[in-house]
Ligand binder design. Structure first.
Ligand SMILES: *Cc1c(COP(=O)(O)O)cnc(C)c1O
Length: 381
């Protein structure tokens, strides 16, 4: 169920989408970080058309050549050993939770089932992923959820230390909390996570669905922070608009899982893997460097706006994942005003205006978006 913005989008090109009446919108949201190469990317379109003429789906009863190619690329980028493909970010989180439980079960520690998650977290809306999602309003109507989940404040390293004992199967975290309001984890908290994992052997699950795969200018933001996850959940940008999710895991975790423990019919089919290969090519061949340059330009522009508009009380994020904090009332006016000026952004955690432009955005388009925000802020403050 959704509260939808009242426009009907029928077409896209690069950083712009067009509505049914032909109006162009500069897309600083990309369907929540999914259309990572912008819209109607010619290379992606050609690859998908060719794949549709060749073979789209086999199920996971048989091999096809593309899963191995995507898996090798992702393991090389992450340093993790193995990949399991699914259809969405949420499914990747579900798989991570199952694989963490399975790891301890295989090792005979069958009571080691608890999960530590963070306040402000978002990991999805299915029962497992919802159980580790913080927002009480999302969880309460569906309780009881998974047993044994503890939420710890990401600003309280000592609380994390206390919460992680030898009965905890895994810690799950977003290196930059996305839906929670674009909050990067602090160095102190990262150190506490690393120490707790070393002390107890607890597995670390990094949810890189929103902040990973180039969004911040690095393949994975956990590595930028110095975290060494045992499992990683991927989604959103990976398919550049085609649904795909992936779980990356260490060899030790993979060794604990047996055929039949988990599965999916469509996960990692040829269409989705072909899209992922096009995306990874673009990301590795110039994309990451481009995000770092574009992200710095965007950050400079946002800081300049914040000096002129004191309604902006904080700017957070990295690369092309940015949040502007203000009051809920002003944030609501800014999002509506941006739409009226043909710029797509959204509001998350009530008071944060979120920007997730395509990784292919040009300097001119960043400047255009900043110019619109300037106009909108002057009207909304
Ligand atoms: C979007 C998101 C999810 C859920 O992904 P879906 O594609 O909606 O299934 C999980 N975790 C994080 C951090 C996300 O941003």
């Amino acid at each position: 169920m959704y509260n939808r913005v009242p426009i009907v989008l029928t077409r896209g090109e690069g950083s712009y989408v067009y509505d049914i009446a032909g109006h162009a919108y500069l897309d600083f949201l990309t369907g929540i970080g999914v259309a990572s190469l912008g819209h109607a990317h010619p290379g992606l379109a050609a690859a998908l058309a060719e794949q549709a003429r060749t073979l789209l789906h086999t199920s996971n009863l048989y091999f096809h050549p593309l899963q191995g190619q995507v898996g090798r690329r992702l393991t090389a980028l992450s340093g993790l050993a193995r990949a399991f493909f699914c259809n969405s970010g949420t499914e990747a989180v579900e798989g991570c939770l199952k694989f963490a439980r399975r790891y301890w079960h295989t090792r005979g520690e069958t009571a080691r089932t608890r999960i530590v998650a963070l306040e402000r977290s978002f990991h999805g809306r299915t029962f497992g992923s919802l159980s580790v999602t913080w927002t009480p309003g999302y969880r309460t109507p569906f309780e009881p959820l998974l047993d044994g989940v503890a939420f710890v404040s990401p600003t309280d390293p000592e609380a994390l230390d206390t919460a992680v004992g030898s009965d905890v199967a895994a810690i799950i975290l977003e290196p930059i909390q996305g839906e929670g309001g674009i909050w990067p984890l602090s160095a102190e908290f990262v150190d506490a996570v690393t120490a707790a994992c070393e002390r107890t052997g607890t597995l670390l699950i990094a949810d890189e669905i929103q902040c990973g795969l180039g969004r911040t200018g690095a393949p994975f933001h956990s590595a930028t922070l110095g975290l060494r996850p045992d499992l990683m959940a991927l989604g959103k940008a990976l398919g550049a608009g085609v649904p795909i999710g992936a779980i990356l895991m260490s060899q030790e975790v993979a060794d604990a899982i047996s055929p039949g423990d988990h599965g999916t019919t469509c996960g990692g089919n040829l269409l989705a893997c072909r899209a992922a290969l096009v995306y990874l090519d673009a990301m590795e061949h110039g994309g990451l460097a481009r995000v770092r340059v574009a992200g710095a330009r965007l950050a400079d522009g946002l800081r300049a706006l914040a000096t002129r508009y004191p309604v902006i009380t904080d700017i957070r994020g990295a690369g092309l994942m940015r949040g502007l904090e203000m009051t809920e009332a002003v944030a609501t006016r800014v999002v509506a005003g941006a739409l009226a000026h043909n710029l797509l952004v959204n509001r998350t955690a009530g008071r944060v205006v979120r920007l997730l432009p395509p990784l292919t955005i040009s300097d001119g388009e960043i400047d255009e978006g900043l110019q619109i925000l300037d106009t909108v802020l002057s009207e909304a403050q």
